[in-house]
Design a protein around this ligand. Structure first.
Ligand SMILES: Cc1cc2ncn([C@H]3O[C@H](COP(=O)(O)O)[C@@H](O)[C@H]3O)c2cc1C
Ligand SMILES: O=C(O)c1cccnc1
Length: 401
């Protein structure tokens, strides 16, 4: 089995006994039942994922920022020059980015991973070089990546997850850096959810109306030239409703590349876009994804396989998680949506995954910023399970007893 296949095979769905025990425990604590709202669901979710109640405290956290460049940058989908990607990598390594400030605030480590920056980076503390290519090809004229590149990037992400957990991380937070990557994210979200490009393509770093209109067209063209759902102007272009949420697009649990690249991943229902061709998730990633999207998908799968919860950041993470969930539906049980970004496709991705974001602050940055901010909330939710007295132990009268 390949590392990817082993990882997918190791991911377990939420454990029903641990879920039930965690719910019962929540109800025994000295608070009105349900008083902690969504935080109760988070704690129960982590118990299911860890298959034990209460679940382990999800700390310390480790942020991995996957950096890569994008051929679609040539289409004028972002006002920022491509070299900002490598410059921001330098900024992360020097500790000067928002992600560094937020990581310091919540006590998370920061690892920067070069999976596809279009420049050579000198070795530096905190930098992992797993370069698969010097950026992707332009997804609006053909596949962004080869099948081999997708698997290499996925496995690079798995390796980072394993290493961080080996080093003691008990919660992983996704991060990204890649100028133009909100375009690839929108295309992935269209392909996996069946939503129209206009509904999920946003302003990214803050593009003007004219650039946004061009970006929508670029996404549409990318889907069309790559034979993916969503390439037409009206409505979901995919076949039968098959996602977790019953939307169109490609199903969670779709299969693998044909041709034996990842033979053990071939189970599950495949999507059927308008030409009737099944499009497996690795092929979708290759067609319209980025190297950092593939690596983030691997990182999420890797964390889930090790039973370590993963906090997802914004739209880039959300679109990568759709790919991860298409490869291994149970991975979703190990994910927490850190926040919902201002990018419209993010809400569509989270809906499709069935995840509820913890924080909503109109962030539109990426880097892991929103995921980091959610980490203390996730810790607080779990700490309650460990430290709050029960009605019995504290001698507090339970009205419902
Ligand atoms: C200085 C700077 C720092 C960033 N940090 C994250 N992003 C974010 O913006 C980029 C995606 O937006 P678009 O698709 O519009 O290019 C990604 O690099 C993302 O991580 C940044 C962008 C800039 C300019
Ligand atoms: O949702 C995000 O993470 C995001 C939004 C805009 C630009 N970069 C990232």
């Amino acid at each position: 089995m390949t590392i990817l296949e082993q990882t997918v095979a190791a991911i377990r769905p939420a454990d029903p006994a641990a879920l039930a025990a965690a719910r019962a425990h929540q109800d025994s604590l000295t608070k009105p039942r349900g008083a902690l709202g969504v935080l109760e669901e988070v704690a129960v979710r982590l118990a299911g994922a860890a298959a034990v109640s209460p679940p382990p405290l999800p700390a310390p956290a480790a942020l991995a920022i996957f950096a890569a460049d994008h051929g679609v940058h040539a289409q004028g989908v972002t006002p920022w020059p491509q070299e900002v990607t490598v410059q921001m990598v330098g900024n992360f390594l020097a500790g000067g980015a928002v992600a560094n400030a937020f990581a310091a605030q919540v006590g998370a480590s920061v690892t920067v991973v070069d999976v596809g920056v279009a420049a050579d980076l000198p070795p530096a503390p905190g930098l992992t070089v797993s370069k698969v290519a010097y950026g992707t090809a332009d997804l609006s004229v053909g596949p962004a990546m080869t099948a081999e590149q997708v698997v290499a990037a996925l496995e690079a992400g798995i390796a980072v997850a394993r290493e961080l957990v080996d080093q003691g991380a008990r919660c992983l937070v996704t991060g990204d850096m890649g100028i133009a990557n909100t375009t690839a994210s929108a295309a992935l979200i269209c392909a996996f959810t069946g939503k129209d490009a206009a509904a999920v393509t946003g302003r990214g770093t803050g593009v003007d109306d004219e650039t946004l209109a061009r970006k929508v067209e670029v996404v549409r063209q990318a889907l069309r030239v790559n034979g993916l759902p969503g390439g037409r102007e009206s409505g979901p272009a995919a076949g039968p409703a098959s996602g977790r949420e019953g939307a169109g697009g490609l199903p969670v649990g779709a299969g693998s590349f044909s041709g034996g690249l990842s033979g053990g991943l071939s189970e599950g229902t495949e999507g059927t876009p308008e030409d009737g061709r099944a499009v497996p998730p690795l092929e979708v990633l290759a067609a319209v994804g980025g190297l950092e999207h593939a690596a983030i998908a691997g990182f999420v799968l890797g964390g889930a396989a090790l039973g370590v919860p993963v906090i997802l950041d914004g739209v880039i993470a959300g679109s990568a998680a759709l790919a991860a969930a298409a490869l291994a539906p149970a991975v979703v049980d190990h994910c927490v949506a850190g926040h919902r970004s201002a990018e419209p496709g993010h809400a569509a991705a989270l809906d499709h995954l069935g995840l509820r974001p913890l924080v909503e602050l109109e962030l539109r940055l990426g880097e892991g910023s929103g995921g980091l901010l959610a980490h203390p909330l996730v810790c607080a939710a779990v700490r309650v399970m460990h430290e709050v007295a029960t009605f019995d132990s504290a001698g507090v009268t339970d009205k419902e007893a």
